[in-house]
Design a protein around this ligand. Structure first.
Ligand code: MD6
Ligand code: FE
Length: 217
């Protein structure tokens, strides 16, 4: 047992509704965390974390990489999914079976059957890194949900509405928590507040988040 998780053990297994079709599955990925981190180590050997540039010319404070047949990227030309890592010109590393199974199991628990992700975006946060309010709308089909897994340091997730100016709920996410959303909530604005430096016993001063999507056809 990790001491920082001690305070979250009580809620492991509980499900919180943050929208009609949006759920936080507390601790859902806790048992698999070690396996997930070992897989990430393999992935970043092939496709290292990097700070991508947004279309407006800023370097993202979050570092990212991908696994799966499609990977999300951004540069001066815009946001898109690509089959190849633009840094290496080679395909993104395959999605490990353990990832795909976790995503599908979590989706079912969150009310979405038959989720088969083809993309896993992996975000790495150092203290101070943040993600401004955005919609996930580069995917081909909004019928599939998104499954988001948090590991390492805790973060305050912002869950807004369908307009950027809508008031956003603050949802703390801890090591092992999984968020599932889709349906009428699929395009809600969301983001992450600057991550505070409260080191995690396994990951230290890092937060890792992966979001699973069905990006292609
Ligand atoms: C993060 N997550 O938690 C960033 N997007 O680090 C996302 O942007 C996100 O958690 C769509 C669905 C769930 C998410
Ligand atoms: Fe997102």
């Amino acid at each position: 047992m990790e001491t920082q998780d001690f305070f979250h053990v009580a809620d492991a297994g509980t499900v919180e509704s943050i929208g009609p079709r949006a759920r936080v599955l507390r601790g859902f990925a806790q048992e698999q965390a070690g396996e997930l981190l070992a897989s990430i180590e393999q992935i970043v050997r092939i496709a290292p974390f990097r700070h991508m540039t947004t279309p407006s010319g800023y370097a993202m404070s979050v570092a990212l990489t991908n696994s799966g047949s499609l990977g999300w990227t951004t540069d001066r030309r815009g946001y898109r999914y690509t089959a190849d890592d633009p840094d290496s010109g080679r395909p993104w590393p395959a999605m490990p079976a353990v990832f795909a199974r976790l995503a599908s199991d979590a989706a079912r628990r969150g009310g979405f059957e038959d989720f088969e992700p083809d993309a896993c975006l992996i975000n790495e946060y150092a203290p101070g890194a943040r993600l401004s309010l955005h919609q996930d709308k580069n995917e081909h089909d909004y019928g599939a949900p998104i499954v988001s897994v948090s590991l390492g340091m805790s973060a305050m997730f912002l869950f807004g509405g369908h307009a950027r100016s809508d008031l956003a709920a603050k949802v703390p996410l801890h090591h092992g928590d999984v968020v599932v959303w889709g349906g009428e909530d699929r395009l809600r604005y969301h983001g992450v507040m600057p991550v505070k430096d409260q080191p995690h016993l396994v990951l230290g001063s890092r937060r890792i988040n992966f979001t699973f999507r069905k990006a292609g056809r």
